[in-house]
Unconditional design. Structure first.
Length: 191
């Protein structure tokens, strides 16, 4: 199976809770159908797919955020797909490890928990929009962190006490992600 086909299958396998996320998932699939592999590469199209990871403490009360160097805001860890990434989840975990230094991450599902299509400023070079696919993981908030060259800072924040300089979409995205995680846990408990 090709890299593009695997990504399409992952998106098609996810049944989001909200109608807005279902519509966005379908928009992502249409985008990938239209752009093909160019929609996966930073140099292929000014709009492209990215993978991010919402990293929570085991009790889901804290989230790890980085202060993004180009965006000048606090945001979840993530970035561009690489040809060697076996899946969207692998890309999200790789980006998280590169940007945080965390080695011990527990991915909660190989399926997305959040989608967010956002335009980018000229600070991002030729990139004009990211079709971000948000995964979710947990990590120990006492584990040592290493700030990457892409960030100015990295720290744990209460999920209900984000910094005022968080990206405007962060509260909604965190709420959406936590709702998806809880629904998945309830389904697993019923099985």
């Amino acid at each position: 199976m090709s890299h593009l086909a695997s990504i399409r299958q992952t998106l098609e396998s996810w049944s989001p809770l909200s109608e807005s996320q279902r519509v966005l998932r379908d928009d992502y699939l249409t985008f990938l159908q239209t752009t093909g592999a160019a929609g996966l590469e930073r140099a292929g199209d000014p709009r492209h797919l990215t993978a991010s990871c919402f990293v929570f403490s085991p009790d889901f009360r804290q989230i790890l955020l980085c202060f993004h160097g180009k965006g000048n805001f606090w945001v979840q860890l993530g970035g561009h797909l690489e040809p060697d990434d076996a899946s969207l989840a692998a890309a999200a975990l790789r980006e998280c490890r590169e940007e945080s230094g965390l080695e011990q991450l527990e991915l909660l599902s190989p399926l997305p928990r959040d989608l967010d299509l956002h335009p980018l400023s000229s600070a991002f070079g030729s990139c004009r929009a990211h079709f971000d696919v948000g995964m979710a993981a947990i990590a120990d908030p006492t584990a040592p962190l290493v700030i990457s060259s892409e960030s100015r800072d990295l720290r744990w924040w209460p999920v209900d006490g984000l910094p005022p300089t968080a990206a405007p979409s962060m509260p909604t995205r965190i709420t959406q992600t936590l709702r998806e995680i809880r629904a998945q846990a309830e389904l697993a408990a019923e099985a």
